[in-house]
Design a protein around this ligand. Sequence first.
Ligand code: F6R
Length: 612
Amino acid sequence: MCGIVGYIGPRSAVPIIVESLRRLEYRGYDSAGVAVLDEGACKVVKSVGKINNLAELLDQEPLEVKIGIGHTRWATHGRPSTRNAHPHTGNSGKLAVVHNGIIENYVELRERLTAAGANFTSDTDTEVIAHLLEEKLTNGAGGDMLEALRLASREMHGAYAVAVVSESCPDRLHVVRKESPLVLGLGQGEVYIASDITAVLPYTKTVMVLEDGDVGVLTVDGVSITGLDGRAIDRKVLEVEWDVGAAEKGGYDHYMIKEIHEIPDAIRHTMRGRVTPEGLLNITELNLSADEIRDLKRIYIVACGTSYYAGVVGKYLFERLLRIPTEVDVASEFRYRDPVFEPNSLMIVISQSGETADTLAALREAQRHNVKVLAIVNVIGSSMYRDADAVFPTLAGPEICVASTKAYVTQLVCEYLLAFHFARLRGQMADAEVNRLVAEMLAVPAKVQQILAQEDDYKTLAKNFLESQDFFFLGRGLDAAVSLEGALKLKEISYIHAESYAAGELKHGPLALMWDDVPVFVTATQTDLYEKTVSNIKEVKARRADVLALVRESNVDIAQHVDWVIKVPDADNLVMPFLTIIPPYLLTYWLSFALDREIDQPRNLAKSVTVE
Ligand code: F6R
């Protein structure tokens, strides 16, 4: 995810900014840049790729300055390139901004500002902020940057943390925050800006965390914070105890658990810009025409591992809502089964990295047969992002733990939004039904937070399985689809053998393995299939296996049949997968923790599998 830094004080700003950017490298990025005031003149230096590329450019023409801002960019709007890298400037080049977040109404703002004479030079949403500030400075704010920021904030929808350096106020930096993190590090006669505490820790442990609607003015004399209405705000100053390693993990022991806790925000980000603030589905970014979507006769979903399991959920969804036959394939098998490609088909490839060799090969195979490919990817600018005919990115932010968690959940979000969009275009869902389901999805992040708040229960629960050699997962319908991912996560991190079966398959083989104390994780939240799943639970219990049941909050009768019960909030059957995946993730984490496994880098596995 993008990283923001900044410095004002008596020391040389450029080395501090570059070092702070390096501290944010762990967040992932594809380009970097700085903007400083050099004898009062705004200068911007930026480059694609690693921070070393930027550092080399800065070494070629050293800048001895005391004020500046910097940025690492993780592409969301526009490919990774020097022109899209931050900082961005307006027409005059006299002010520069860095931004973390998404300006949802940037298209509208860009059109309005262009008509008023703004000359845009990048594809980013961020550049509108620079032009908007220039407009407000001369029109409404009377040259006052603080007021310009407030006026601009009133027009910007979305999430943003912004830092500004400007020739018009050479002795100060300005910041504003809404929904994207921003912290200030407070030194002696100096102030640091950063997206997270990690970047300021080498310099100071005294920090101030800004909150939504805070606008800050930073000078060598200190910090002044006001609200968007101009009222003064007294934000708490904290002393941080973390070391740098802990800070990168947000205070958690592992990236995996940090990323599980990021799921609510990852869902929000992935929906943002695709659902209006009024809760209406509004997908305008797809490079597929309405006719192409209406004429669709077949969908092939192709992916590997966790992304493949997201595809299994997609199959249920697309067939149910669109009545389009949907095949879901493991990418490494797809090519070799000599697939039949039909006219009016669409391939959807799903990949966190966008680089998985087998999935890329499937994409190319489809294109060779003139089948269009839509990519659901997390890494903007990756091979799949570039080569697919249409892209619908997940906005999970970089995922550092080898095992996918937040990326999986956002892959589901993308599939759901696509299914609603397609169903509406094809006349298969009325607006009211789309709105109802979108509202269900908007309620998901808070429900995930409710499950996460019970994390301690999973620490206790995990202790029951320290000696387990095998684990079985069972479910029906969407519960079966999610169980596949639960079993994969458990086996790859805890190294306990885990398998997932559709509960109806029990009698066709796996029942032979149900005996004393074998743990069986049964998900039973699909109301139409509940009775049948309870019958399966009884079959398993009759063989003296131990059953852990995952059910809805409203369920009152399961406890009598099982050994342990986990509950998740109620929701529509269709959106249950967003909730039912969280307990297996938490159980996996806390069981693996208790077993002292290498959680973030499980043995033999890699984050990006670029070979067949
Ligand atoms: C499991 C996991 C892997 C990946 C798989 C595909 O936790 O992360 O199974 O899902 O290697 O990777 P991507 O999604 O990058 O194509």
